[in-house]
Design a binder for this molecule. Structure first.
Ligand SMILES: [Zn+2]
Length: 281
């Protein structure tokens, strides 16, 4: 599933190609993709210019001149893909935004149809990454992982006996991380993913915040991670590169890049985590 770095990569690509361009028409063929309201509502965006883009956690925000925001969540298998107008659309294309100015089509392709798009109200501020859009639809989310600090981690982890990883992937605590980056952040911070969340000392909370920022920023620089299923693609259909820099995720039995000890896999209820028994405590 795309996590913060993948969504941020797509956001930047979308702004680069469609920013300031006028939307000419909207075609929705996937009823499940636009399931929160009548799909025809999206057609009302025609004639609007794409004024800014934003992101909160794994949600991508496309803000229009009139203040409305089109919220996109890719979930398991969603892709936003650029295409020249009029070409043959791939299978599982559920929505198409047609832009003028030579920008062409922005297609939402989603084989498993867990992804969604919906129109939300006026945004307070929706430009740039980690914006705080003030959208009621996103009010359940914790702060974006790129701006979270040690004090926030301290507040949401305090008293919790659940494993650290399960809090890091809880979007209500901190928005943006899933299985891949929670494991990579725990490794970078030297913390066991199955530590009771409330057991972190102040210095460990500082390390957790620092590692959260540095791992996610590194992954954005690597244009995200494409796993073996190659489901994650950027706007132009290219794979990410950051999977080549994973230290522990998906690497059980392989040597830890820091100490050479075999990376372990631990099962934590329904969830699992990869970690180094020497480097993480
Ligand atoms: Zn190690």
């Amino acid at each position: 599933m795309p996590e913060l770095p993948e969504v941020e990569t797509v956001r930047r690509d979308v702004w680069g190609r469609y920013g300031g361009q006028t939307l000419h028409d909207v075609t929705v063929t996937g009823r499940r993709t636009v399931r929160r309201h009548a799909p025809g509502l999206l057609s009302g965006l025609a004639g609007q210019r794409l004024a800014s883009t934003g992101r909160h956690g794994k949600y991508l925000l496309l803000a229009w001149e009139d203040g409305r925001v089109l919220v996109v969540h890719l979930r398991m298998s969603g892709q936003l893909l650029a295409a020249a107008p009029g070409g043959r659309r791939p299978a599982h294309t559920h929505a198409v935004l047609g832009f003028g100015g030579g920008a062409g089509e922005l297609r939402f392709v989603d084989p498993r149809t867990f992804g969604e798009m919906f129109l939300a109200g006026r945004a307070g501020r929706a430009d740039g990454p980690a914006s705080e859009p003030g959208l009621a639809e996103l009010s359940h989310l914790g702060p974006d992982a790129l701006v979270v600090d040690a004090a926030h981690f301290g507040a949401v982890l305090a008293g919790r006996r659940a494993p650290l990883k399960s809090l890091l992937v809880d979007q209500r605590a901190v928005a943006g991380m899933g299985n891949i980056y929670a494991d990579e952040v725990c490794f970078d911070a030297g913390l066991r993913p199955d530590r009771p969340a409330g057991s972190l000392a102040p210095a460990e909370l500082e390390r957790l915040a620092r590692s959260t920022h540095s791992v996610l920023e590194g992954a954005i620089a690597g244009r995200g991670s494409s796993l073996r299923d190659q489901q994650y693609r950027d706007l132009y259909g290219n794979l990410g590169r950051y999977q080549l820099e994973h230290k522990v995720y998906g690497r059980s039995g392989m040597p830890c890049p820091s100490c050479g000890q075999a990376v372990q896999r631990v099962e934590m209820g329904a969830r699992r985590a990869f970690w180094c028994p020497t480097c993480q405590r």
